[in-house]
Structures are given as C-alpha cells and as structure tokens.
Design a protein around this ligand. Structure first.
Ligand SMILES: [Zn+2]
Length: 527
C-alpha cells in the first residue's frame, strides 16, 4: 500500500509533465531581442505545438526533439511585413522564399486599394494552399469600387454606395484587418474623400485599420497627408500611411515638413503610424506617368484615347511637363521592370528603350515611347526618385515600420524592385550596422511588435510565453541584402534559422520546404 502511494505521488507530476511533453525545439545560447525594443539578453526559448512554451535563462534543452545552438546569433520574433501585394503569386511560389529568407514570417496583403473582394474565400484558400508565411489581408477600395461601378470616372450613386458598404462589411466580418486605398490608381483617383470616410467607418466598426497609398507623394504630399488624417479623424479609425516618401527631386528634403505632421496628428489623438521601404527608388505601374483622366474604363478605352492625336499630345505634354518639374532632361529615372509584349525592355530605362528603338534622344520621343507601352497594355517600372536623406529622416521616426511593398517572387522572373528580397536585411545591414541610423533593438521592434500592435495580431510580434512561435535567428554581423536593381533575384544572407508557427522553415540558411503559415483573421471575425 505504501509503495503504491509513493508510486502514485511519483506518477502525478510525471503525468503532468508528459501532458506538457517535451519541447519540439529549444533555442539555446542566443542573444534574445524580444521585440519590445528592450536590450538583448542571453536566454533560451522552448517551443511546442506552434507556441512559445518558455523563455528565459532558466529554460533548459532537456528532452527537446531539436536543439538549436544560437551562440553568437540574435533570436528575435519573426518579422511582420505590413505592406505586401501577394495577390496572384501565392500559388506560383508557396514557399514565399524571398520573404522567408529575409526573416519575414507574416505578410499583410491587400494594400494600395488592391485585393480580393471575397475575403472569407481568400483566407480559406490561403489556409488550404499551405504557404510558408502567415497571411492577413486588407480589403482594397479600388476592387470594391470596380466590383460595383467598374472604372467609371464619377461619384458613386447612393445605391452604389450601399453596395460598396455591403462588400466592405462582409469583408470585415470575414476577417479583413481593415481597408486600403490606392488613390493614385484607377478608380481611386476618381474617388472623393467622403466615399472613403464612409467605407473606413465600417472598417472602424469592426476594429480594423485604414491603410493609405495616398493621393500624392510628390508636389501635393501635404494635401495628401491631410486627406489621410481627415479620414482617420472622421471615421475614427487608426491610420497607416503606406510607403511614406517624397517623390521627385523638387520635393527632396520635405520630410522635414511631413514627419512633423505625423507627430502633430498623434498629439491631436489620431492613431497614425507610417511605413517605408529602405530604398530610394519606387516601383509601380508605368501608367502613373500618365494623366488620370486618360486611364478610365480599361485598356480598350485607354488605347482608343491614345489613338486620338489631340489626346496623345495632351498625354505627352503632361509627361514632359512633369519631367521638367523634376528637373530632369530624360526619362532615365524610369526603368521598366516587366513588359509582357517585349521582355527585352525589362531592366532598361525609358531613355534606353527609346534609343534602342532608334528614336531621337529627346523627351518628346521618350514620352512617345511611354504612350506606345501604354497602348500595348502598360508595364511595371522602377522609378529612381527619392533622396537618401529623406529615407533616413523617415527611418528615424519611431513609429515608422519597414515594409517591402512586394509580392512573393518567382526566382528569375522579370526585373522587380530588390525590396521584395532584401528589405529587412538592408535595414539591419546598411542602416543599423553600417550607418547606425537606428539601433538593432529599435529596428527589430519596428519589424515585430509595432506592426503586430497596429494590425491587432495579438499573439505575434513578441517573444512571450503563449505567443505563436514565429522566430528568426540571424547573425547581426553577417546579415545583408544581396538583391540589387541590376540583379534583383538574390536572397538575403545571414538568417540562419526561421521558425513559422513552431516549424523550422529555414535550417542553416536553407529553406527546407516547410509550409507552416496560416491565414490570420482581423478582429471583425469574432465580434
Ligand atoms: Zn502603394
């Protein structure tokens, strides 16, 4: 009897232990940067069933199935990229290698007004597809508007407004994290502020955010920021201003005006934050060179307009005028990234393409080359138009996040902007290690807990017991971006291990094919 009792006493704690079980992974000897912005410390982390089950100096490797010795390495939460455009590329490369190899474990897509309109269907498709990163999505205003009124250049009628509101509300209930706009794109450019306030109010009712690709990032940037803040104020919604920048040489240095506007708005009580990609070139559709009013109603209409000599002249004069404002003599700053009808254009500037076609070396001929490209369906392009000083000044703002503004890359396809491969590594290498613009702990905070807080990803962005085990382990001395404008298809270096939902995905700097990402839902799903 006595023996039995002793056995029982021994068995009880043992059974408790076996319920908790051995950790799947224990990370030892690393310098832990937990995402709060606090200093690094030596600590160990235990992971089981996708969660962090223990963290601190007291955690031992014990019977862990896998032990990662992170001696000399930084252990941080997986990076959250708040501004991506995954749509259409998820199943082309479900391993999302460009993101994973840059330390990204969660992407927020549906930005710049562009997304799926059936968010429930999209998120369940993401779950069934099984990709290597977690995905949350905004719903894009341009796609809501297109679904109801096409690319029409006019205000919505009350009946159309009702239809747009219904799409918006359903998206939030289905788990969108908020509303995005792309007010330089069609049909966003045709939309007035009250329409956005109306839809953003619905996002606010379901605890979402408003992410804005503003109406202008150049000459009219002040008005554009004010419009984003007005939407925040009137719709009572947190605002994220996307890829915060100053475009065009004539606007360089104006971050001295624009960053204080963000600070002032926060003092007023508007919950506004910003994000940036750490590069001086942007990347978007070549159509952004053209006057908005020529872009309505789709490609056939664009072509028909450009076939009319007076409208073609109007487009060319507009482009030449804007180039002069930039104090440039040629379209050398605009480099085609992907032009479907002729891929020999890819990687060449408009100036170079124009010469290649045997045309005169002047702006008029170059503007004509742009209209030719537009007649044939347009192209994506990289625009070299920002100043390094502005990039750094924006970076020093503490409530600025880092975001790639990129999609999942298919290796060696097109000449995309390098930010899709190297955003985080570039911040950690160039701006933290080499130029000391911000500290390592601060950079990690902006890549992790700040975005998680803003987008309400409640169990991510920090290294905490009970949180999802999204973890990156990197060498702070070695981490670097390899992708360049000339050779974009190159993975970042220095991320030795990446863990997504407790599953080792990068092992010794190699993506091992694990696809453990999940769809993440906004708060409206459970309200
Ligand atoms: Zn954008």
């Amino acid at each position: 009897m006595k023996v039995l009792l002793i056995l029982l006493v021994l068995l009880v704690p043992l059974s408790v232990f076996s319920q908790q079980g051995d950790p799947d992974i224990v990370i030892i000897n690393g310098k832990v940067i937990d995402g709060t912005g606090n200093s690094w410390y030596y600590g160990n982390i235990a992971i089981r069933d996708g969660k962090i089950t223990g963290i601190g100096r007291d955690i031992v490797a014990g019977h862990a199935k896998k032990v990662i010795d992170a001696k000399g390495l930084i252990v941080a939460p997986g990076f959250i990229d708040v501004h991506t455009h995954l749509e259409g590329d998820e199943d082309r490369n479900p391993e999302a290698t460009n993101f994973i190899m840059d330390g990204v474990t969660t992407c927020i897509t549906g930005n710049c007004g562009s997304s799926h309109t059936d968010i429930g269907k999209y998120l369940s498709w993401i779950d069934s597809l099984k990709i290597s990163i977690n995905v949350a999505t905004l719903i894009g205003h341009n796609d809501i508007r297109k679904a109801v009124m096409g690319r029409a250049n006019r205000d919505a009628t009350p009946a159309e407004m009702k239809q747009m509101e219904a799409i918006m509300e359903k998206a939030m209930k289905d788990g969108a994290v908020g509303l995005s706009t792309g007010l330089i794109y069609i049909p966003g450019t045709y939309t007035k502020t009250p329409e956005i306030v109306d839809l953003a109010s619905i996002a606010a009712a379901y605890k979402g955010v408003y992410s804005s690709h503003m109406r202008d990032e150049g000459d009219s940037v002040i008005q554009a920021i004010n419009e984003a803040l007005t939407i925040g104020r009137e719709a009572h919604i947190p605002v994220e201003i996307s890829h915060f920048k100053l475009s065009g040489q004539q606007n360089w240095g104006r971050s001295k005006e624009t960053v204080p506007m963000i600070e002032a708005a926060r003092r007023e009580g508007i919950e506004v934050t910003i994000d940036q990609y750490p590069y001086t070139a942007s990347s978007t559709s070549i159509s952004t060179l053209m006057p908005d009013e020529l872009l309505a109603d789709g490609q056939d209409s664009i072509k028909a307009r450009l076939l009319r000599p007076e409208l073609k002249k109007y487009a060319m004069d507009y482009m030449i005028g804007r180039l002069k404002k930039r104090k440039l003599k040629h379209f050398s700053y605009a480099v085609v990234a992907n032009y479907e009808p002729d891929t020999s254009y890819n990687g060449k500037s408009i100036e170079a393409i124009n010469l290649m076609k045997g045309r005169k070396h002047n702006v008029k001929a170059e503007a004509e080359t742009v209209t030719d490209i537009m007649m044939n369906g347009g192209a994506s392009a990289v625009f070299h138009g920002m100043s390094e000083d502005d990039v750094k000044r924006i970076m020093q703002y503490p409530f600025n996040m880092f975001a790639s503004d990129a999609s999942i890359r298919v290796f060696n396809s097109g000449m995309p902007h390098p930010r899709g491969y190297g955003t985080n590594a570039r911040v950690l290498a160039k701006y933290v290690r080499e130029e000391k613009v911000i500290s390592l702990e601060e950079a990690v905070r902006r890549m992790t807990s700040l975005p998680a807080q803003k987008f309400q990803l409640k169990d991510r962005g920090l290294l905490r017991e009970g949180y999802a085990a999204d973890i990156v382990i990197f060498d702070e001395n070695e981490v670097s971006d390899i992708s360049t404008y000339e050779k974009p298809h190159a993975y970042s270096k220095g991320f030795h291990y990446v863990i997504v939902n407790g599953r080792l995905t990068v092992d010794n700097e190699i993506h091992n094919g694990t696809r453990a990402g999940q769809a993440l839902f906004g708060p409206g799903k459970t309200l």
